[in-house]
Design a protein around this ligand. Structure first.
Ligand SMILES: O=C(O)[C@@H](CO)OP(=O)(O)O
Length: 226
């Protein structure tokens, strides 16, 4: 079976070097091109999907549509779920990364960005959750996550939605975010808490796994043409 992860194309806030998390920017022009290229590369590689999963954030939804359009597969079923959202960046959301590093130091910002279990400062509930999360009990949700927290809410989605489809012999595409994908990669590749700090995911590059029926990874390739 094939399992493919794609981080959304560059967003307007990636371009502006702003902590994004659950903020909802659109793709930049470069981001739209990256998504189109990813779709073309997947088509050229002859990969067919049975199911598609994405978050409830615009940059991932746009990427998903552009990828499927370029594969001539817009008809595929797509499931959208908040559990695949980017890691919630708490009170850092909306701040410029370089300015924040000047204020708090590079080391502190690196810890907030890449440590496995240090949370960023929490946002207030009003800042943290917009109307699309009204159906969830946000009182019990974190308004600022470390990667460990992100994994705690992506893992149930993996176990209940994605893994059963792979076990059933289906090919699955997941279009999500740098850190929601890092959390899933940590899980499926069994990466240590320390080593995951060094794992970076590029925008718009399909990560293609061949998976056996026990969900072991047989092969991993990254498709890119820049
Ligand atoms: O701002 C964010 O939400 C993420 C992804 O763009 O940034 P970082 O590289 O710090 O994980």
């Amino acid at each position: 079976m094939k399992l493919v992860f794609i981080r959304h194309g560059e967003s307007e806030l990636n371009l502006a070097n702003v902590f994004t998390g659950w903020l909802d920017p659109k793709l930049s022009e470069k981001g739209r091109k990256e998504a189109a290229q990813a779709g073309k590369d997947l088509k050229e590689a002859g990969i067919e999907f049975d199911y598609v999963h994405t978050s409830v954030l615009t940059r991932a939804n746009q990427t998903c549509n552009i990828v499927l359009e370029n594969m001539d597969r817009l008809y595929l079923p797509v499931e959208k779920n908040w559990r695949l959202n980017e890691r919630h960046y708490g009170a850092l959301q909306g701040l410029n990364k370089a300015e924040t590093a000047k204020k708090y130091g590079d080391e502190q910002v690196h810890i907030w960005r890449r440590s496995y279990d240090v949370r960023p400062p929490q946002a207030t509930d009003e800042q943290a959750f917009d109307h699309r999360y009204d159906h969830l009990d946000t009182r019990h949700m974190l308004a600022g996550e470390c990667l460990k927290d992100t994994l705690a809410r992506t893992l149930p989605y993996w176990e209940d939605h994605i893994a059963p489809q792979l076990k059933d012999g289906k090919n699955v595409l997941v279009v999500a975010h740098g850190n929601s994908l890092r959390s899933l990669i940590k899980h499926i590749e069994n990466i240590s808490d320390e080593d995951i700090m060094g794992v970076e995911i590029a925008t718009g590059e399909p990560i293609v796994y061949d998976i056996d029926e026990n969900l072991n990874i047989v092969n991993k390739t990254i498709l890119y043409k820049k």
